[in-house]
Ligand binder design. Structure first.
Ligand code: ZN
Length: 340
């Protein structure tokens, strides 16, 4: 099986009423961890790389690692997605490198930190949609700004200050033709999302419900949706770490989102925490150890465990075989003919 366009996977998820986790990667072990979890749960997969990850690992390494994942897992549909593209050029280069889905985040200017206006966002996103759909590649847009910074991308604003406006969401989706829309509902990137368990006052799930009511066919995306479980933080701190008390997005809120049109859920922090805790444990318990496999292997397993738990909670487990094989060329034809 080859890499598949994300649209196919999200359409199938909408039919089945489930969500699909999108997990960030920077290296081989993270890709392997996701594929271990996908095999275990028989899940379709979205692997995503940010600009920071592409710079860290180099597109050529990433591409070949993804092709290895495809070769070794012929029964699992896999999407390779660009997370937070900051310009048309960044999206173009990702498509040329074999990504089957791109995010154009025009909610911020090209510097990746200054909030833009609707006209700018519509203009750059439409340009990416045209270029990507010509090649069968899926496009995710973003409206409203999340809090926090992810790999240098983000306004680091009060996450309540730029929530997605449902009226604008309708206009944005109609004018751009995006396949999926990332919404700002009060979450932030990174580990420090909330200082208490989020309730309706700080996590605006009602915005998702309203947008889904107005745009029932648009696939919604929740960013910054790690749950930041206390046990992962405790483990890091138990082995000499220093992570302050913090709260993420509870799984039950994500499940409520999935009932209301959320089809893609971005998770990165939880995996970083799991990996860090596992490595710290080896360093503290066996300080003489210097064979990197002795700590990267448990790190990989710890991430696989988190990913498998999310795949099960989001409902994608068991659905690997439902996703039809659609090539980028076939998808491009569907966009041309207007059948999607
Ligand atoms: Zn994000």
């Amino acid at each position: 099986m080859a890499l598949v366009p994300m649209r196919v996977l999200l359409d199938e998820a909408a039919k089945g009423g489930y969500g699909v986790g999108a997990f960030n990667v920077n290296n081989m072990e993270q890709i392997q961890a996701i594929m271990m979890a996908a095999q275990k749960t028989q899940s379709p997969v979205i692997v995503q790389a940010s600009r920071g990850a592409r710079k860290y690992s180099n597109d050529a390494y990433l591409r070949h690692l993804m092709l290895a994942a495809v070769e070794l897992n012929p029964d699992i549909p896999i999407v390779m997605h660009l997370d937070h593209g900051n310009s048309v050029e960044t999206c173009r280069s990702a498509i040329e490198q074999g990504f089957t889905s791109v995010m154009m985040d025009g909610s911020l200017l090209e510097d990746g930190k200054t909030p833009s206006d609707l006209e700018y966002n519509v203009k750059v996103t439409s340009e990416v949609v045209k270029m990507a759909h010509d090649r069968g590649v899926t496009v995710e847009g973003e409206l409203g700004c999340l809090g926090g910074i992810e790999d240098g991308h983000g306004a680091n604003l009060d996450p309540r200050a730029h929530l997605t406006n449902p009226d604008q969401a309708v206009e944005f989706v109609e004018r751009t033709g995006v396949d999926a829309l990332a919404v700002a509902i009060g979450t932030s990137h990174g580990a420090y999302k909330f200082t208490r368990k989020p309730d309706a006052e700080i996590l605006a799930m009602d915005i998702i419900q309203e947008i889904h009511r107005r745009l029932p066919k648009c696939h919604l995306v929740m960013h910054g949706s790690s749950s930041v479980p206390k046990e992962l933080i405790d483990k890091i701190n138990q082995y000499g770490g220093d992570i302050k008390p913090t709260f993420g997005v509870p799984i039950e809120e994500i499940q409520l989102g999935i009932k209301n049109g959320v089809r893609k859920i971005n998770v990165d922090t939880d995996n970083r925490l799991a990996i860090t805790g596992a490595i710290r444990q080896v360093f503290v318990e066996t300080p003489a150890e210097f064979d990197l496999r002795k700590y990267l292997d448990p790190a990989r397993s710890a991430m696989a465990e988190v990913v498998a738990a999310r795949m099960t909670a989001f409902g994608q487990a068991g659905h690997a075989k439902d996703v039809p094989m659609v090539s980028l060329d076939e998808m491009a034809e569907r966009y041309r003919s207007g059948s999607v």
